[in-house]
Write a protein that binds this ligand. Structure first.
Ligand code: FES
Length: 195
């Protein structure tokens, strides 16, 4: 089962490689769990899944779920329920950069189709596909919650707003060439102030 992007999902959480917490994450986990009463440590399931995803090349495998369940002493099915509900958890391998293009009306009216075409051309893969170099997976999603600054694209944890073909091309090319991108509005807009 999966709540991940429908186009990527084939209704299964996939098996991956053996998964154990890294030393750094083992330390972070202690800190996270200490924020909750000891009898409520299961409340830490979402941040732990997030750490697991980061450590596991941007996706949650069955082995990640097992490790999180064991760490929090909770049934695997309860962890699976959380993973399958939220689209921020990827239940199958994705490229190094998960590119989520908003296709909902406000972004569409502002040209998200052209943005999508540019991304697919520059990343050399179609929608719901991963590029051969494993650098990009491109998916279309519904509203990302930044409608006034559309078209909007989320790449991993970063939002890129006020996009057009030129700025989109630059962002993808910069990623390919390891050049840092400017996050947020590509037209210099502050927050969501009037254009
Ligand atoms: S419609 Fe695209 S962010 Fe809301």
């Amino acid at each position: 089962m999966s709540g991940t992007h429908p186009g990527l999902s084939n209704n299964f959480i996939h098996s991956g490689e053996k998964f154990e917490w890294s030393k750094d994450n083992a330390k972070s986990i202690k800190k996270i769990i200490s924020k909750y009463p000891s009898e409520r440590k299961q409340s830490a399931v979402m941040p732990l899944l997030y750490l697991a995803q980061e450590q596991n090349n941007n996706w949650i495998s069955i082995e990640c779920i097992e490790t999180v369940a064991e760490t929090l002493e909770m049934p695997k099915i309860r962890v699976t329920e959380v993973v399958s509900f939220y689209s921020m958890y990827n239940t199958q391998p994705v490229g190094k950069n998960l590119v989520q293009v908003c296709r909902t009306s406000p972004c569409w009216l502002r040209g998200s189709n052209k943005v999508t075409d540019t991304i697919c051309k520059q990343a050399k893969c179609g929608i719901n596909e991963t590029s051969e170099d494993n650098l990009f997976t491109v998916v279309e999603v519904e509203c990302l919650g930044a409608c006034s600054n559309g078209p909007v694209v989320q790449i991993n944890n970063d939002f890129f707003e006020d996009l057009d073909e030129e700025s989109t091309k630059k962002i993808i090319d910069n990623i390919k060439n390891n050049i840092p991108n400017t996050i947020g509005s590509q037209k210099g807009r502050k927050s969501s102030e009037n254009a």
